[in-house]
Ligand binder design. Sequence first.
Ligand code: PLP
Ligand code: COI
Length: 339
Amino acid sequence: MPSLDWKNLGFNYIKTKYNIRCYYRNGKWGETNVTDSENITMHMAATCLHYGQECFEGLKAFRGKDEKVRIFRLDENAKRLKNSAREICMPEVPEDLFRRAVIRAVELNKDFVPPYESGASLYIRPFLIGTGEKVGLQPSDEYLFMVFVNPVGPYFKDGFKPIDLLIDQDKDRAAPLGVGHVKVGGNYAATLQSLGGAHKKGYDSVLYLDPKEKKYIDECGPANFFAIKDDIYITPESKSILPSITNKSLITIAEDLGMEIQKRKVEFSELAHFDEVGACGTAAIIGPVKKIVDEKSGKVFEYCKDGNPGPISTKLYNKLRAIQYGDEEDEYGWVTIVD
Ligand code: PLP
Ligand code: COI
Protein backbone atom coordinates (compact mmCIF):
# COMPACT_ATOMS: atom_id res chain seq x y z
CA MET A 1 0.00 0.00 0.00
CA PRO A 2 1.30 3.50 -0.75
CA SER A 3 2.17 5.49 2.37
CA LEU A 4 -0.46 8.19 2.36
CA ASP A 5 -1.92 10.04 5.32
CA TRP A 6 -5.24 8.25 4.75
CA LYS A 7 -7.11 9.93 7.62
CA ASN A 8 -6.28 13.42 6.40
CA LEU A 9 -6.85 13.17 2.68
CA GLY A 10 -8.55 16.15 1.12
CA PHE A 11 -10.27 16.24 -2.26
CA ASN A 12 -7.09 16.71 -4.28
CA TYR A 13 -5.33 15.00 -7.17
CA ILE A 14 -3.06 12.14 -6.12
CA LYS A 15 -1.17 10.13 -8.70
CA THR A 16 -2.15 6.46 -8.78
CA LYS A 17 -0.68 3.67 -10.91
CA TYR A 18 -2.81 3.17 -13.98
CA ASN A 19 -5.61 4.68 -16.01
CA ILE A 20 -7.84 3.20 -18.73
CA ARG A 21 -8.33 4.52 -22.26
CA CYS A 22 -10.51 3.65 -25.22
CA TYR A 23 -10.77 5.55 -28.53
CA TYR A 24 -13.82 5.89 -30.75
CA ARG A 25 -12.70 6.08 -34.38
CA ASN A 26 -14.43 5.49 -37.72
CA GLY A 27 -17.76 5.07 -35.98
CA LYS A 28 -16.74 2.39 -33.48
CA TRP A 29 -15.14 1.84 -30.11
CA GLY A 30 -11.68 0.24 -30.19
CA GLU A 31 -9.59 -1.76 -27.74
CA THR A 32 -9.42 -0.77 -24.08
CA ASN A 33 -5.86 0.02 -23.04
CA VAL A 34 -4.13 0.44 -19.70
CA THR A 35 -1.42 3.06 -19.25
CA ASP A 36 0.64 4.56 -16.46
CA SER A 37 0.95 7.92 -18.24
CA GLU A 38 -0.92 10.84 -16.72
CA ASN A 39 -0.82 12.76 -20.00
CA ILE A 40 -2.96 12.83 -23.12
CA THR A 41 -1.60 13.81 -26.52
CA MET A 42 -4.17 15.35 -28.81
CA HIS A 43 -4.58 17.67 -31.76
CA MET A 44 -4.57 21.36 -30.86
CA ALA A 45 -7.89 21.78 -32.69
CA ALA A 46 -9.60 18.98 -30.71
CA THR A 47 -13.26 19.83 -30.10
CA CYS A 48 -12.95 19.32 -26.33
CA LEU A 49 -10.51 22.23 -26.20
CA HIS A 50 -12.60 24.71 -28.18
CA TYR A 51 -16.22 23.70 -28.31
CA GLY A 52 -16.68 21.99 -24.96
CA GLN A 53 -17.21 18.42 -26.14
CA GLU A 54 -16.46 16.97 -22.70
CA CYS A 55 -18.57 15.11 -20.20
CA PHE A 56 -17.63 13.19 -17.09
CA GLU A 57 -18.81 11.11 -14.17
CA GLY A 58 -17.88 10.79 -10.51
CA LEU A 59 -18.40 7.66 -8.41
CA LYS A 60 -16.65 5.99 -5.52
CA ALA A 61 -15.21 2.70 -4.31
CA PHE A 62 -15.02 1.85 -0.60
CA ARG A 63 -12.90 -0.65 1.33
CA GLY A 64 -14.96 -2.53 3.90
CA LYS A 65 -14.05 -3.94 7.30
CA ASP A 66 -13.92 -7.28 5.44
CA GLU A 67 -11.28 -5.77 3.06
CA LYS A 68 -13.68 -6.15 0.13
CA VAL A 69 -13.81 -3.19 -2.26
CA ARG A 70 -17.30 -2.03 -3.22
CA ILE A 71 -18.16 0.32 -6.10
CA PHE A 72 -21.36 2.26 -5.53
CA ARG A 73 -24.13 2.35 -8.18
CA LEU A 74 -21.86 1.95 -11.16
CA ASP A 75 -24.73 1.30 -13.56
CA GLU A 76 -26.42 4.59 -12.72
CA ASN A 77 -23.27 6.52 -13.62
CA ALA A 78 -22.96 4.53 -16.86
CA LYS A 79 -26.49 5.60 -17.83
CA ARG A 80 -25.91 9.22 -16.90
CA LEU A 81 -22.74 9.43 -18.99
CA LYS A 82 -24.76 8.19 -21.97
CA ASN A 83 -27.29 10.99 -21.45
CA SER A 84 -24.53 13.57 -21.16
CA ALA A 85 -22.81 12.33 -24.33
CA ARG A 86 -26.05 12.42 -26.34
CA GLU A 87 -26.79 15.96 -25.23
CA ILE A 88 -23.56 17.34 -26.71
CA CYS A 89 -23.49 15.14 -29.82
CA MET A 90 -20.87 12.64 -28.68
CA PRO A 91 -21.12 8.86 -29.14
CA GLU A 92 -22.51 7.04 -26.11
CA VAL A 93 -20.06 4.93 -24.13
CA PRO A 94 -21.75 1.49 -24.04
CA GLU A 95 -22.72 0.52 -20.49
CA ASP A 96 -20.66 -2.63 -20.70
CA LEU A 97 -17.52 -0.72 -21.74
CA PHE A 98 -18.09 1.77 -18.92
CA ARG A 99 -18.55 -1.02 -16.42
CA ARG A 100 -15.47 -2.96 -17.50
CA ALA A 101 -13.26 0.15 -17.60
CA VAL A 102 -14.34 1.32 -14.13
CA ILE A 103 -13.87 -2.11 -12.54
CA ARG A 104 -10.46 -2.52 -14.23
CA ALA A 105 -9.32 0.93 -13.06
CA VAL A 106 -10.24 0.03 -9.48
CA GLU A 107 -8.66 -3.44 -9.67
CA LEU A 108 -5.39 -2.08 -11.03
CA ASN A 109 -5.21 0.60 -8.34
CA LYS A 110 -6.62 -1.44 -5.47
CA ASP A 111 -3.74 -0.38 -3.21
CA PHE A 112 -5.06 3.17 -3.42
CA VAL A 113 -8.48 2.32 -2.00
CA PRO A 114 -8.15 3.87 1.47
CA PRO A 115 -8.35 1.63 4.55
CA TYR A 116 -11.75 1.16 6.18
CA GLU A 117 -10.83 3.02 9.36
CA SER A 118 -9.84 6.19 7.50
CA GLY A 119 -13.40 6.94 6.38
CA ALA A 120 -11.88 7.93 3.02
CA SER A 121 -12.66 6.39 -0.39
CA LEU A 122 -11.44 6.02 -3.95
CA TYR A 123 -12.99 8.59 -6.26
CA ILE A 124 -13.44 7.31 -9.81
CA ARG A 125 -13.46 9.80 -12.66
CA PRO A 126 -14.62 8.45 -16.04
CA PHE A 127 -14.69 11.06 -18.82
CA LEU A 128 -15.30 11.42 -22.52
CA ILE A 129 -13.69 14.02 -24.79
CA GLY A 130 -13.81 14.97 -28.45
CA THR A 131 -10.24 14.59 -29.69
CA GLY A 132 -10.71 15.08 -33.44
CA GLU A 133 -9.72 18.38 -35.06
CA LYS A 134 -12.45 20.79 -36.17
CA VAL A 135 -12.25 24.51 -36.69
CA GLY A 136 -15.82 24.98 -37.89
CA LEU A 137 -18.40 24.35 -35.17
CA GLN A 138 -19.36 20.70 -35.50
CA PRO A 139 -18.94 17.47 -33.51
CA SER A 140 -15.62 15.65 -33.58
CA ASP A 141 -15.04 12.46 -35.58
CA GLU A 142 -12.83 10.97 -32.86
CA TYR A 143 -13.41 10.55 -29.13
CA LEU A 144 -11.48 9.29 -26.13
CA PHE A 145 -13.10 7.65 -23.10
CA MET A 146 -10.88 7.43 -20.03
CA VAL A 147 -11.09 6.42 -16.38
CA PHE A 148 -8.70 7.49 -13.65
CA VAL A 149 -8.99 7.07 -9.91
CA ASN A 150 -7.94 9.19 -6.98
CA PRO A 151 -8.06 8.51 -3.22
CA VAL A 152 -10.11 11.23 -1.50
CA GLY A 153 -11.22 12.44 1.88
CA PRO A 154 -14.13 14.78 2.49
CA TYR A 155 -15.15 17.29 -0.20
CA PHE A 156 -16.27 19.85 2.37
CA LYS A 157 -13.31 20.35 4.65
CA ASP A 158 -14.58 18.84 7.89
CA GLY A 159 -16.59 15.89 6.55
CA PHE A 160 -20.07 15.43 7.99
CA LYS A 161 -20.05 18.85 9.66
CA PRO A 162 -22.40 21.78 9.09
CA ILE A 163 -21.66 23.99 6.07
CA ASP A 164 -22.67 27.49 4.97
CA LEU A 165 -24.11 28.32 1.55
CA LEU A 166 -24.32 31.60 -0.33
CA ILE A 167 -27.13 32.29 -2.78
CA ASP A 168 -25.64 34.06 -5.78
CA GLN A 169 -28.41 35.75 -7.76
CA ASP A 170 -25.97 37.42 -10.15
CA LYS A 171 -24.81 34.18 -11.78
CA ASP A 172 -26.54 31.08 -13.12
CA ARG A 173 -24.85 27.70 -13.42
CA ALA A 174 -27.17 26.63 -16.21
CA ALA A 175 -29.72 28.02 -18.66
CA PRO A 176 -33.43 27.12 -18.40
CA LEU A 177 -33.32 24.92 -21.51
CA GLY A 178 -29.56 24.41 -21.53
CA VAL A 179 -27.40 21.52 -20.35
CA GLY A 180 -27.70 21.82 -16.56
CA HIS A 181 -29.27 18.35 -16.42
CA VAL A 182 -26.16 16.62 -17.76
CA LYS A 183 -22.59 16.44 -16.47
CA VAL A 184 -20.66 18.51 -18.99
CA GLY A 185 -17.52 20.46 -18.15
CA GLY A 186 -18.92 23.86 -19.17
CA ASN A 187 -21.47 23.76 -16.33
CA TYR A 188 -18.61 23.65 -13.85
CA ALA A 189 -16.62 26.42 -15.53
CA ALA A 190 -19.78 28.52 -15.22
CA THR A 191 -19.72 28.13 -11.43
CA LEU A 192 -16.04 28.90 -10.82
CA GLN A 193 -16.46 32.66 -10.45
CA SER A 194 -19.34 32.55 -8.01
CA LEU A 195 -17.77 29.65 -6.09
CA GLY A 196 -14.48 31.53 -5.76
CA GLY A 197 -16.37 34.61 -4.55
CA ALA A 198 -18.29 32.55 -1.99
CA HIS A 199 -15.11 30.86 -0.71
CA LYS A 200 -13.47 34.25 -0.25
CA LYS A 201 -16.39 35.30 1.92
CA GLY A 202 -16.05 32.14 4.02
CA TYR A 203 -18.90 30.06 2.54
CA ASP A 204 -18.46 26.40 1.66
CA SER A 205 -20.49 26.48 -1.54
CA VAL A 206 -23.03 28.32 -3.65
CA LEU A 207 -26.74 27.60 -3.86
CA TYR A 208 -28.32 28.50 -7.20
CA LEU A 209 -31.90 29.53 -7.80
CA ASP A 210 -33.74 28.48 -10.94
CA PRO A 211 -32.35 30.47 -13.89
CA LYS A 212 -35.74 31.42 -15.34
CA GLU A 213 -37.71 33.02 -12.51
CA LYS A 214 -35.21 33.10 -9.62
CA LYS A 215 -38.07 31.88 -7.48
CA TYR A 216 -37.21 28.24 -6.85
CA ILE A 217 -34.22 26.39 -5.41
CA ASP A 218 -32.14 24.59 -8.03
CA GLU A 219 -28.97 23.03 -6.59
CA CYS A 220 -25.44 23.69 -5.38
CA GLY A 221 -22.45 23.85 -7.75
CA PRO A 222 -21.37 20.26 -7.02
CA ALA A 223 -24.39 18.75 -5.20
CA ASN A 224 -28.20 18.49 -5.13
CA PHE A 225 -30.36 20.17 -2.50
CA PHE A 226 -32.71 18.44 -0.08
CA ALA A 227 -34.70 19.59 2.92
CA ILE A 228 -36.53 17.89 5.76
CA LYS A 229 -39.81 19.16 7.13
CA ASP A 230 -41.91 17.13 9.58
CA ASP A 231 -40.67 13.75 8.36
CA ILE A 232 -41.00 14.77 4.69
CA TYR A 233 -37.98 14.58 2.37
CA ILE A 234 -38.25 17.47 -0.09
CA THR A 235 -36.01 17.90 -3.14
CA PRO A 236 -36.31 20.16 -6.20
CA GLU A 237 -37.78 19.06 -9.50
CA SER A 238 -36.05 21.17 -12.14
CA LYS A 239 -34.93 20.88 -15.76
CA SER A 240 -31.66 22.66 -14.99
CA ILE A 241 -30.23 20.40 -12.26
CA LEU A 242 -28.17 17.24 -12.47
CA PRO A 243 -30.11 14.14 -11.39
CA SER A 244 -27.95 13.09 -8.43
CA ILE A 245 -27.42 9.40 -7.78
CA THR A 246 -26.79 10.15 -4.11
CA ASN A 247 -30.12 12.02 -3.92
CA LYS A 248 -31.88 9.12 -5.65
CA SER A 249 -30.34 6.74 -3.08
CA LEU A 250 -31.33 8.97 -0.14
CA ILE A 251 -34.89 9.08 -1.48
CA THR A 252 -35.03 5.26 -1.46
CA ILE A 253 -33.59 5.12 2.06
CA ALA A 254 -35.96 7.85 3.31
CA GLU A 255 -38.95 6.06 1.77
CA ASP A 256 -37.94 2.85 3.53
CA LEU A 257 -37.67 4.78 6.79
CA GLY A 258 -41.35 5.61 6.30
CA MET A 259 -40.82 9.20 5.22
CA GLU A 260 -42.94 10.97 2.64
CA ILE A 261 -41.03 12.10 -0.46
CA GLN A 262 -41.81 15.32 -2.28
CA LYS A 263 -39.95 15.90 -5.53
CA ARG A 264 -41.34 19.22 -6.65
CA LYS A 265 -40.55 22.86 -7.25
CA VAL A 266 -39.18 24.26 -3.99
CA GLU A 267 -39.83 27.95 -3.47
CA PHE A 268 -36.99 30.05 -2.15
CA SER A 269 -39.34 31.40 0.55
CA GLU A 270 -39.74 27.86 1.95
CA LEU A 271 -36.17 28.02 3.26
CA ALA A 272 -37.61 29.78 6.31
CA HIS A 273 -39.69 26.72 7.25
CA PHE A 274 -37.41 23.70 6.88
CA ASP A 275 -36.19 21.66 9.87
CA GLU A 276 -33.03 20.43 8.12
CA VAL A 277 -31.29 21.22 4.84
CA GLY A 278 -28.54 19.28 3.08
CA ALA A 279 -26.32 19.29 -0.02
CA CYS A 280 -25.84 15.77 -1.37
CA GLY A 281 -23.57 14.22 -3.98
CA THR A 282 -20.87 11.62 -4.53
CA ALA A 283 -18.06 13.95 -3.53
CA ALA A 284 -20.03 15.87 -0.90
CA ILE A 285 -21.90 12.79 0.47
CA ILE A 286 -24.19 14.91 2.71
CA GLY A 287 -23.18 18.42 3.66
CA PRO A 288 -25.61 19.33 6.44
CA VAL A 289 -26.40 23.02 6.00
CA LYS A 290 -26.06 25.41 8.92
CA LYS A 291 -26.67 28.71 7.22
CA ILE A 292 -27.92 30.00 3.88
CA VAL A 293 -27.38 33.67 3.10
CA ASP A 294 -29.02 35.52 0.24
CA GLU A 295 -26.97 38.67 -0.17
CA LYS A 296 -29.48 40.26 -2.53
CA SER A 297 -32.38 40.30 -0.10
CA GLY A 298 -30.23 40.19 3.04
CA LYS A 299 -32.13 37.12 4.22
CA VAL A 300 -30.38 34.57 6.42
CA PHE A 301 -31.75 31.07 7.08
CA GLU A 302 -30.30 28.98 9.89
CA TYR A 303 -30.41 25.28 10.71
CA CYS A 304 -28.32 22.89 12.88
CA LYS A 305 -28.85 25.37 15.70
CA ASP A 306 -27.12 23.16 18.28
CA GLY A 307 -24.07 23.00 16.00
CA ASN A 308 -24.71 19.42 14.90
CA PRO A 309 -26.24 17.87 11.77
CA GLY A 310 -29.98 17.27 12.17
CA PRO A 311 -31.26 13.86 13.31
CA ILE A 312 -32.82 12.82 9.98
CA SER A 313 -29.81 13.89 7.90
CA THR A 314 -27.66 11.91 10.34
CA LYS A 315 -29.83 8.81 9.99
CA LEU A 316 -29.77 9.04 6.18
CA TYR A 317 -26.01 9.62 6.16
CA ASN A 318 -25.31 6.66 8.45
CA LYS A 319 -27.46 4.28 6.41
CA LEU A 320 -25.92 5.36 3.10
CA ARG A 321 -22.37 5.02 4.46
CA ALA A 322 -23.17 1.64 6.01
CA ILE A 323 -24.25 0.29 2.61
CA GLN A 324 -21.27 1.83 0.84
CA TYR A 325 -18.72 0.36 3.26
CA GLY A 326 -20.50 -2.98 3.56
CA ASP A 327 -21.37 -2.53 7.25
CA GLU A 328 -24.99 -3.23 6.39
CA GLU A 329 -26.44 -5.59 3.87
CA ASP A 330 -26.82 -4.17 0.36
CA GLU A 331 -30.55 -4.82 0.25
CA TYR A 332 -30.98 -2.66 -2.87
CA GLY A 333 -28.27 -4.26 -5.02
CA TRP A 334 -26.32 -1.01 -5.23
CA VAL A 335 -22.76 -2.24 -4.83
CA THR A 336 -20.40 -4.10 -7.16
CA ILE A 337 -17.71 -6.01 -5.32
CA VAL A 338 -14.25 -5.96 -6.88
CA ASP A 339 -12.22 -9.07 -6.03
N1 PLP B 1 -25.22 18.25 -8.94
C1 PLP B 1 -24.07 18.54 -9.57
C2 PLP B 1 -24.01 19.78 -10.37
C3 PLP B 1 -22.97 17.68 -9.45
O1 PLP B 1 -21.82 17.95 -10.03
C4 PLP B 1 -23.08 16.51 -8.67
C5 PLP B 1 -21.97 15.58 -8.57
O2 PLP B 1 -21.87 14.65 -9.31
C6 PLP B 1 -24.30 16.26 -8.05
C7 PLP B 1 -25.34 17.15 -8.20
C8 PLP B 1 -24.49 15.01 -7.26
O3 PLP B 1 -24.65 13.91 -8.10
P1 PLP B 1 -24.21 12.47 -7.63
O4 PLP B 1 -24.92 12.20 -6.37
O5 PLP B 1 -24.64 11.57 -8.72
O6 PLP B 1 -22.75 12.52 -7.46
C1 COI C 1 -19.07 14.53 -7.82
O1 COI C 1 -19.65 14.62 -6.76
O2 COI C 1 -18.75 13.45 -8.31
C2 COI C 1 -18.74 15.69 -8.63
O3 COI C 1 -18.53 15.51 -9.78
C3 COI C 1 -18.56 17.00 -8.07
C4 COI C 1 -17.24 17.54 -8.50
C5 COI C 1 -17.30 19.01 -8.61
C6 COI C 1 -16.14 17.08 -7.60
